[in-house]
Design a protein around this ligand. Structure first.
Ligand code: HEM
Length: 843
């Protein structure tokens, strides 16, 4: 497979992504092979014939012509009569782009048509270049030519008599002669749909063309019928030219397939001088898509989104996929980026799963490259490193999608460019229609220097406008500066309004995702993986199930068998992670998403997921053998010996923790910058803080459990400081503040009574008549904001809600759940995530 990114990335999609998520759908018109574009018109046959007519103009000795797309200028030239050539070229035209030439697309057309009809997979190379005018007249074989002319015509593309016989049989195993496209071979009205097939199976790539000819049962109109008298029986002239030796051998299916594969490849590799073709394109095992950085409001964070495509026909056992990445200095970050299933896709010979990722990174650390780790259900893992190069991510020039837009004939593109970079350029590639009958547009490129806007953090924003002439088709564009670029953006993806980038961070900060994809988990009738079945319906979606479960205050949701929504607070111990390929049933309410399978749950739960049964980096990780493009990473377990320490805190110990019974309960976060200092400051005001699983930070006013484990089991390096240890899997490195002042409480508010800890949800607010956010919130401040209402409640440390009634019936949670400290007073409680500390006006 190529090294990503590669010049053939788009062509690889065209070749191998036929249907499903991200599919290009290139092969749709020839799938199935019997598809026609009119009565008696097999589209796959038209594609193969059109490619032949483009290629046969080549001369390998003079190094001219060949597969160069010149056919687009030769439509209706007299040699290309009929409907099949303009139809095929018209179907290919939309796939032309600045990443893929028309002639590359024609080569892909030969592959798709042949494969769809049951023929061999023709090897395809990229890098073809398009001619800018018609080729010479006279190269296309006409039925009335003599054997000497045919021999010369095929010799010019390097094919001797044997090859000529073979490739004519390979071509004419598909399709028909049509009236009136071909003169004096068939008469009007003598064949159904005025089309006379070469053999009895015109939409199967098989040996019938040879066997029927030799058995004497052939109805090939270029062998028998009117063509004999008009001296246009060219298939007979050619097949018989070596005394039927070659055509006899072609009755063997294997011989036929092998010959066609190699001659079709030779045909599409006839190129003029100056064209250097790439290696034969094979599907990537692991391929990134739409890797996009976006500078966020305030400039302190960058979001990273995209998809990873896994070739599941090759990597069969994949249960979870992670991105192992390096920051902009090239330092490895220990917490991987987790992914979630976005969809499935397939080609003729392969199947794929797309896994999405979406995370915010600190702008100063950012990202420079990643490897892709695939974890198998058996606990083994394989890391794919892009042929040893890692997958590179350039954060020097970032296209800012939210700040860009289009409307009323204008495109506005905004880029964030690091301060030390030169002024960027906007480059727009537009499709300009050509004069009829050529259906293929030309590409015109415009470069526009971008104008300075505001500075945000370490980045400078630039903007440029491009006026889209009304005559243009689709546009694609990119932003370029120095040697860096962010390219291949699609004009049709632009929003209608540009959103300004704020120089201040968002307020309140976005809360971390409450639920993430855990994987495909087993279920059984005897011991349910999740205890509560919330629904079984024909309209279930991942979102509807997640929201049903969260309304009921369950931590996990899972969809099984396409339609069943299950909830639970813990996963039954009998349930284990399975290959993703076992959770492929479409959701009944949204068939574009995957909702488990038979006794298989697509499971969503608290972040971060435990991706293998025994922890993602535990000793269950075994090495596995892969090709040179992959390296296996057995886990390394450094052993901590020094007692952890932090000024102002006492080390408590390495304590046991579990997802369902948190040792430190009151507040938590997971960050790629986790270390003792950042966690201590996140937990300021709480008596205890603890770090776990490299990236997790927990706060508590007390230790709910106190089970000491050996120091050596708290052995995961901190995500933000690899030299220190941040707990482990279910292991918490715990500290106690030396300056914690008294126990926090629900303070008495004059005129109000504390009612308790109520469950709240984003979709249906318990108190929603007035909302007030304040990073410095205190219970007193919220009471003042809500003085005109009967109830007020604090949530998530900084949110204040007012109302005259408690809406919904989500009920009360446990008191211990409402223990986020208020942003403005660390001695008071202010709810928690989806938990309201509610007060009611006294009568
Ligand atoms: C001496 C060489 C050849 C001659 C004289 C010849 C001639 C023809 C003629 C007259 C037709 C009928 C067109 C129509 O009425 O629609 C035809 C169709 C076709 N030819 Fe050939 N051909 C030759 C070689 C090839 C080769 C080498 C290939 C493939 C590599 C090929 C592929 C096809 C296909 C697939 C069709 C069917 C098109 C359809 O059904 O729309 N031919 N050919």
């Amino acid at each position: 497979a190529p090294t990503w990114p590669s010049s053939v990335d788009e062509l690889e999609d065209i070749l191998f992504l036929n249907s499903g998520y991200h599919a290009r759908g290139f092969a749709n018109p020839v799938t199935p092979c019997s598809k026609t574009f009119g009565p008696g018109r097999v589209t796959a046959a038209a594609w193969v014939r059109t490619a032949f007519h483009d290629a046969i103009s080549g001369n390998i000795y003079l190094k001219t012509g060949g597969l160069d797309g010149s056919i687009q200028f030769e439509i209706n030239s007299g040699e290309n009569n009929g409907q099949s050539i303009p139809t095929a070229v018209g179907m290919w035209a939309p796939f032309l782009s600045n990443r893929t030439s028309l002639s590359d697309v024609i080569a892909a057309g030969v592959y798709a048509a042949t494969r769809s009809c049951g023929g061999p997979a023709v090897p395809v190379r990229g890098g073809h270049k398009d001619a800018i005018k018609a080729g010479p007249i006279g190269s296309i074989p006409q039925p009335q030519n003599t054997i000497g002319t045919f021999t010369n015509q095929f010799a010019s593309i390097g094919m001797d008599r044997t090859a000529m016989i073979q490739i004519v049989a390979c071509g004419h195993t598909l399709g028909s002669v049509h009236f009136p496209d071909t003169d004096q071979v068939i008469d009007q009205g003598t064949f159904t749909d005025d089309s006379a097939p070469f053999d009895s199976t015109p939409s199967t790539f098989d040996t019938t063309i040879a066997t029927e000819y030799l058995q004497g049962t052939t109805k090939d109109p270029l062998v028998v019928g009117r063509s004999v008298a008009s001296k246009r029986n060219s298939d007979f002239v050619i097949f018989n030219s070596d005394g039927n030796t070659t055509i006899t051998a072609l009755q063997n299916a294997q011989t036929f397939s092998t010959a066609c594969r190699s001659l079709f490849q030779q045909m599409i590799e006839v190129v003029p001088s100056g064209v250097v073709l790439t290696d034969v394109i094979t599907p990537y095992d692991v391929k990134p898509y739409d890797v996009q950085l976006t500078l966020l409001d305030g400039g302190a964070n960058i979001s990273l989104t995209g998809d990873i495509r896994i070739r599941t026909s090759q990597i069969k056992n994949a249960a979870a996929v992670q991105l192992l990445y390096k920051d902009r200095t090239g330092t490895a970050v220990s917490t991987p980026i987790e992914t979630f299933v976005n969809g499935l896709a397939s080609g003729f010979d392969d199947s794929y799963t797309f896994l999405g990722f979406s995370t915010d990174l600190p702008a100063d650390k950012s990202i420079s490259s990643f490897d892709v780790r695939v974890l198998a259900a058996d606990g083994s893992s394989t890391t794919y490193n892009n042929n040893g190069n890692s997958f590179q991510v350039d954060d020097k020039v970032i296209y800012q999608a939210p700040q860009s837009c289009s409307g009323s004939g204008k495109l506005t593109a905004v880029a964030a460019v690091r301060n030390d970079m030169p002024v960027p350029q906007l480059q727009v590639v537009a499709k300009v229609p050509r004069a009829s009958p050529n259906p293929v547009p030309s590409l015109s490129t415009t470069s526009i220097p971008m104008a300075t806007q505001s500075a945000v953090g370490a980045y400078q924003l630039y903007s440029a406008d491009y006026t889209i002439p009304s005559s243009l088709g689709s546009v694609t564009f990119g932003v370029y500066a120095g040697g860096s670029a962010d390219t291949y953006k699609n004009g049709s993806s632009l929003a209608s309004a540009c959103k300004p980038l704020s120089t201040t961070p968002p307020n309140p900060p976005p809360s971390p995702p409450t639920s993430v994809f855990w994987g495909c988990y087993s279920d059984s009738f005897d011991a349910r993986a999740l205890s509560y079945q919330a629904s079984d319906s024909s309209s279930v979606t991942l979102e509807s199930c997640a929201s049903q479960c969260s309304q009921l205050a369950y931590k996990f949701s899972g969809v099984e068998y396409g339609s069943q929504c299950w909830c639970g607070n813990s996963l039954d111990s009998s349930s284990t992670i399975q290959p993703l390929s076992e959770c492929t049933q479409p959701c009944s309410g949204d068939p574009s998403k995957l909702c488990g399978g038979a006794l298989r749950l697509s499971l969503y739960g608290p972040s971060p997921p435990r991706v293998s049964n025994s922890g993602p980096t535990s000793s269950a990780t075994s090495s596995s053998t892969r090709s040179s493009s992959a390296t296996s990473t057995p886990s390394s377990t450094p052993t901590p010996t020094a007692i952890p320490s932090l000024e102002g805190y006492d080390y408590v110990g390495c304590l046991s923790d579990s997802v369902n019974n948190r040792t430190l309960y009151d507040r938590s976060q997971s960050t790629p910058t986790n270390n003792y200092t950042t966690c201590a400051s996140f937990c300021s005001g709480y008596e205890f803080f603890g770090v776990e699983y490299s990236s997790e930070c927990y706060c508590g006013i007390s230790l709910l459990y106190n089970i000491t484990e050996p120091l050596s089991s708290c052995s995961y390096p901190c995500s933000g400081d690899p030299s220190a240890f941040c707990g482990g899997s279910s292991r918490l490195t715990v500290f106690r503040s030396q300056s914690a002042t008294g126990a926090p409480r629900n303070p008495p508010i004059p005129g109000y009574t504390y009612k308790g800890c109520y469950i709240d949800s984003v979709g249906a607010r318990t108190l929603g008549d007035k909302v007030y956010f304040d990073a410095q919130l205190t219970v007193e401040k919220c009471a003042a904001q809500c003085q005109d209402f009967t109830f007020f409640g604090t949530e998530y440390g900084g949110e204040c809600y007012c109302g005259n009634e408690l809406k919904g019936d989500l009920g009360k949670g446990v008191e211990a759940e409402c223990q986020f400290l208020c942003g403005g007073d660390k001695a008071e409680f202010c709810g928690a995530g989806n938990r309201l500390s509610v007060y009611e006006k006294s009568a």
